[in-house]
Structure formats: structure tokens, C-alpha cells
Design a protein around this ligand. Sequence first.
Ligand code: ADP
Length: 160
Amino acid sequence: MLKAAFPGSFDPPTLGHLNIIQRAAGIFDELLVVVAENRQKKYLFSAEERVEMIRQLTADQGNVSVAICDSLIVDFLQQQGIKLLIRGMRGMDDFSYEFEVSMMYKALDPAIETIFLTTDPQYIVLRSSSIKEIASFRGNISEMVPPLVAAALREKYPPT
Ligand code: ADP
């Protein structure tokens, strides 16, 4: 039974995240999407809102579940008995950051293996922070996020 976790901020979830979720769910028996709740970070969507969006977006994928983590991800994975961690990779910038983070995880728990899935090319420029910025200027983000996320962003940034 191969169980993997895909941690991230998902503030908000994008088509790029969903692509990684779908592909990872096709490889592993079970996938736990882990929504980070880091008190030092400022999020646009609450952890509950992010979880609810991901739940709805993955409702047809029986082997995908969603949880909130407000502690060290390594400790959380130990509690859950998960040793495989999935991260998405858009390019070299992601690589240098993700490589360092994976080394940090190894230092904290050598049993954890980080597995990288490279993005499908059509999602390479999708980034939650850019999407929030475009949405804040009421730009069109309908090709970047699923309709329910676009609607949630419109609620946060109502038309002026
Ligand atoms: P974090 O704040 O932990 O980086 P994100 O929500 O930004 O969380 O991203 C979570 C994971 O999803 C990261 O591994 C990131 O590289 C990956 N990811 C984000 N956007 C994309 C995308 N467009 N294609 C592939 N992977 C992505």
C-alpha cells in the first residue's frame, strides 16, 4: 500500500496543483493533500476554505483525502505513517528551492523520500501568488484555476 502526501499552501489551489494531484493519485494507492497552516504566513483563504475547495475539486477521486497541518510537516507525516512526499516542479527556480527543502526533511527524518513530479507544460507559469495578484486587479484568471476557485477569488475581490 503506497501512501503519499502532497503538502502545500494551496492559497488558492490552481490547475497546476490539480494536475499534480491527479497524476500522483494515479501513481500511488492513496494521496493525502496536506494544507499548510503556518501562523507566520498570511493567507488569502483560511485553511478551512482551502481544504473545502480541494475536497470539492477532488470529490471524484476516491483515493484522495485532504488534511490541515499546523505543525512541522515531518512530524505530521510521522503521525500519519507516510514516508513519501510529493512536490511539483515548474523549473530551475523550483528545483533549487525544493532541493534544499528536501535536504532539510532528510535531516529531520532520513526515512522521508521526496518525489518530484514535473509540471505539465501548459501549467508552467501558474503560481498561486501571481493568480492572487491578477485577481486583486480584477484580471481574468478563468484559464488558471477551476471555476469554483475563480468564483471564490471573485468573492474576495468583488468587482469595483
Ligand atoms: P508552497 O507554499 O508550499 O510552495 P504551493 O501551494 O505554492 O505551496 O505549492 C505546493 C506544491 O505545488 C509545490 O511543490 C509547488 O512546486 C507545486 N506547484 C505549484 N504550482 C504548480 C504548477 N503550476 N505546476 C506544478 N506544480 C506546482
